[in-house]
Every structure is written in structure tokens, then in C-alpha cells.
Design a protein around this ligand. Structure first.
Ligand SMILES: [Zn+2]
Length: 186
């Protein structure tokens, strides 16, 4: 952030009085622009034993596979967001079920939340952000062509729980902040 969205003046990065982290502070109007993690919400839709996957038509990870997921909008619940993304990306109507996984993606400043979901009918197709959409058997999931680590985490936990006959919820953290700096030097 370079300029204040309130008044247009340049902002400075400094720790406000009483705070403990650097913030973008407007020197002109005094507004403190807090930046907090963004929520990504998605689901693992199942239809008669097969899993709905979308191949991404947009960056990042264009051409790779994921489950329906995207940024949560204001004014909706997590479950509504997951259902909306399924419709937008895969033209699928899903019934959102239990909480599956929460993935803290620290380097991306995001929290990814995944639910289980059921498709009552095998009706789907590519939305604007998908090249193709398909239902795959668990044995046919393209593990080497998944878009994001959080996608893989959600799918693996989903299948493990399904095989075990229960619906747990799972937490994990992905942090590539250090490896990114190292990659720049190599
Ligand atoms: Zn300002």
C-alpha cells in the first residue's frame, strides 16, 4: 500500500502508539490501514462416490486441478460461500456438510476453510474460472497436478475420513515465508 484510500496522501509503515506491529499509517489524515488475513472457502463435493474437480482457467496455477474454492464475500456465511463457489466455478448445486479442514497459509496471508459437500445430481460444467470440470473416482485424482497444497490436504483428509467412516475436522499450517527468500538466492 502506497497511498491512503481515505484521502490519497502517501502512507508510512510504522507501529502506531499502543500497537505492536507495523501498520500503513496515513500521515495526513491519521487513518490506520489494517491488513488482516483473507478467508478462502471451498468444499469437496461428492456425487455417488466420485469427487468434483475443476481445472483452473486463471492464474495462479492455471491448468491445475482444484476443488471449488474462492474468496469469501461480505454478507455470506462460510457455507454459503462454499456453495456459491461451487456454482460459479463448476455450475454445480451442492449441499454443504460438515467442516473438513482449516489450512493456515501464512505466506499468502490466507486461511482456507473446506467443507464436505454432496451433489444430488451429476450436473456440472465449467464456469468462467474453469477450463473443465469433471467427476473423478478417488483412484483417478491427479495428485501431481493439483493447484495448491491446501487442495491436496483437504482431499487427502476427506478420503481418509471417508475410508474410516467418520467426519473429523483437521487443522494444518503451511508457511513458505522462509523458503521463498531462499529460492530467490538460488
Ligand atoms: Zn489519509
Amino acid at each position: 500500500m502506497n497511498y491512503c484510500s481515505q484521502c490519497g496522501a502517501p502512507v508510512a509503515l510504522r507501529i502506531p502508539p499502543g500497537d505492536h506491529l507495523p501498520r500503513h499509517v496515513c500521515e495526513a489524515c491519521g487513518t490506520i490501514h489494517y491488513q488482516n488475513p483473507r478467508l478462502v472457502v471451498g468444499c469437496v463435493p461428492e456425487c455417488q462416490g466420485r469427487i468434483l474437480l475443476c481445472r483452473r482457467a486463471i492464474e495462479p496455477r492455471l491448468g491445475y486441478w482444484t476443488v471449488p474454492a474462492g474468496f469469501m464475500e461480505n454478507g455470506e456465511t462460510l457455507q454459503q460461500g462454499a456453495a456459491r463457489e461451487s456454482h460459479e466455478e463448476a455450475q454445480a448445486r451442492v449441499e454443504i456438510g460438515s467442516l473438513l479442514a482449516v489450512v493456515h497459509v501464512l505466506h499468502a496471508r490466507q486461511v482456507h476453510v473446506f467443507f464436505r459437500a454432496v451433489m444430488r445430481t451429476a450436473e456440472y460444467g465449467p464456469g468462467a474460472e474453469s477450463l473443465e470440470v469433471t467427476l473423478v473416482a478417488p483412484a483417478d485424482i491427479p495428485w501431481d497436478e493439483l493447484a495448491f497444497p491446501s487442495t491436496e490436504y483437504a482431499l487427502r483428509r476427506y478420503l481418509e475420513d471417508r475410508a474410516a467412516g467418520h467426519e473429523a475436522h483437521h487443522f494444518t499450517t503451511i508457511d513458505r515465508r522462509l523458503t521463498r527468500a531462499g529460492a530467490g538466492a538460488s
